[in-house]
Write a protein that binds this ligand. Sequence first.
Ligand code: HEC
Length: 114
Amino acid sequence: MKRRLILISLTALSGAPVLAAGTGFNAPEGKVLWGRTGQEGRLCADCHGSELKAPGKHVKTGKRIEAMAPSVNPGRLADLKKVEKWFKRNCEWTWGRECTAQEKGHLLAWLSQQ
Ligand code: HEC
């Protein structure tokens, strides 16, 4: 089930055929990207926290952000529109640019296993 969701998401994100898209992404690469330092030393973990199964805290507003791991937060990564919206916003804030389809694929591959 989860696997199917990822494949569908990746297809929509990259515009590539399902299988071609699915084979190019891997979770270890996603983990590396998640930890990559962006502009002004920013990290995804600045808001989402270093423990994906625990809630995070928005670095600017201090607002609670529910856990990123679908294993403890089943609503995670379930809505492609939401995923796309936040990828755009968060990649721009953290890395100073949009994530590529490749980066999003790796990140989703990793996040969806948490
Ligand atoms: C400035 C704070 C902040 C940073 C930094 C941040 N995020 Fe987020 N992110 C949020 C907020 C707020 C939400 C939406 C609230 C929620 O989903 O709980 C969110 C949601 C998401 C979602 C959607 C999850 C879903 O269930 O659909 C993804 C994917 C995501 N972030 C990925 C990233 C990645 C990748 C990075 C690093 C490149 C990152 N975020 C950095 C604040 C941040």
